[in-house]
Design a binder for this molecule. Structure first.
Ligand SMILES: [Zn+2]
Length: 150
């Protein structure tokens, strides 16, 4: 039988309702914890795609560098790719979390200085944006109001 259940998106905290077939979903309470809203789902997919591409370019940079094959032309080409990708990451992340987008060349610099940590650097950036998101602040406010009302 199809059942609906209220849940909160694990990324942005927005309340939603999930439909599931209770014949197949036994531990709905656990499952509920893993759900995210469509908006966050789309963002996550795009973010992971961009993060992987960034990481691949960074690894290539590192591989050329450690084998002394990184000439100026190649370096410029890889840096340009990283500029494009990090700009896309900034844009997607800031649009999702409704924060003013501000790209800085430091983003690329950090990656070329520690190319093998590119994934970590991208995650760290995204966490910082999320922390300042008005979406999360609204939820925090709503929760405080709810607590005060109790
Ligand atoms: Zn969400």
């Amino acid at each position: 039988m199809m059942t609906t259940m209220p849940y909160r998106c694990r990324m942005c905290g927005r309340a939603g309702e999930a439909a599931y077939d209770d014949e197949f979903v036994v531990k709905a309470e656990y499952w509920k914890e893993l759900l995210h809203c469509d908006r966050c789902g789309d963002f996550k997919e795009r973010f992971l795609f961009l993060r992987e591409r960034t990481s691949n370019v960074a690894i290539a940079f590192w591989a050329y560098q450690t084998t002394n094959r990184l000439d100026t032309e190649l370096e410029n080409r890889l840096r340009e790719k990283l500029v494009r990708l990090t700009r896309q990451i900034v844009e997607a992340t800031c649009r999702h979390w409704r924060v003013m987008a501000e790209w800085s060349p430091d983003f690329v610099q950090m990656i070329v200085e520690q190319p093998r940590r590119a994934e970590f650097i991208v995650n760290f950036y995204a966490k910082g944006v999320r922390k300042d998101s008005p979406l999360l602040l609204q939820i925090a406010d709503a929760q405080t109001e709810k607590q005060n009302a109790l």
